[in-house]
Design a protein around this ligand. Sequence first.
Ligand code: XIL
Length: 346
Amino acid sequence: MFFLIAVALPTPTPPSLRAAADRAGILIGAAVRPEQLSEAAYASTLAREFNMVEPEDALKWEVVHPAALSFDFSQGDKMVDFAMTHKMKIRGHTLVWHQQNPKWLTEGKYTSGELAEILERHIKSVVGHYRGKIFAWDVVNEAFDELRPGQLRSTMWRNQPGIGLGEAGTAYVERCFRWAHEADPQALLFYNEAEAEVMNPKSDAIYAMVRDFRQRGVPIDGVGFQMHIANLHPDVASVSANIKRFTVLGVQVHITEMDVALPVDPNGNARPEDLQLQADIYREIANACLSHPGCAAIQTWGFTDKYSWIGSHSKHTQGAALPFDRDYRPKPAYAALRNALGSGRR
Ligand code: XIL
């Protein structure tokens, strides 16, 4: 005699992004603000959902190198401790950039020779401090110009006054990679860029630089595609073709700073139909990465709409760009990302 007994089974909890990514053999990361790690919901969501972190601002010059002769690793160390406790990989961001540099540096009137010494010491100190802990570095960020397609940007590091290699094309970029490699020969070294996710003159110029570096044995291991998306109909086929051509060169691609900014009302709310379009974009970009074995990481720029740079960056006309809402509830974008990761590599 059989009896059917109705038992109230708990609703099965679907696997986290992290569990799905682990199974798919890909890294899923988020940019982190270490000052929020003391917030329980922030910390628990981060540790549950991601297997990689990167400091959003904590390792930029203005934070880590606040005076000419002093470094402040306190925020970076806090994030590294958290990541190690939760067995997460750590990306470093960023050693050479034209933004978020401290006044002592930008207003210091240094000669090229002095700047070269300052930059070498910075790279070697920061990479050295995290040697063996940070597995991948964005060595140089955004060296190519927005307005002059394919041209290098004029910056204090290249030619204003530069570190002495301003007339030699990408030689100053090469020098930075060599310094970083000396400081941690095991770390993977990335060139990270904005608005070069699709095939365009900027990504063509980066491609030429990376091919040249690989041919000459310059230590470069990967290219970061920032992936800040504001257009709700991105050309994903072009992103995929671009990922492919870099991985064919033998370097990895990491998606490093993904968010999908939506128009928002004065309360910060997006339209439901836009949240669906956003979900489609997260899914399609994740699928593009998963379809190339050399695309090794997908990272979002933050993870909760509570803390996202898009609000202040767009004067609060855009927002709602991340997979979790302001109360840490998963959005359609979360489900889309998890489903893509759950289907694995293809
Ligand atoms: C942004 C941070 O998210 C903000 O907190 C900060 O005020 C400005 O910088 N490309 C990059 C990132 O490489 O470092 C930038 O991060 C966003 C654009």
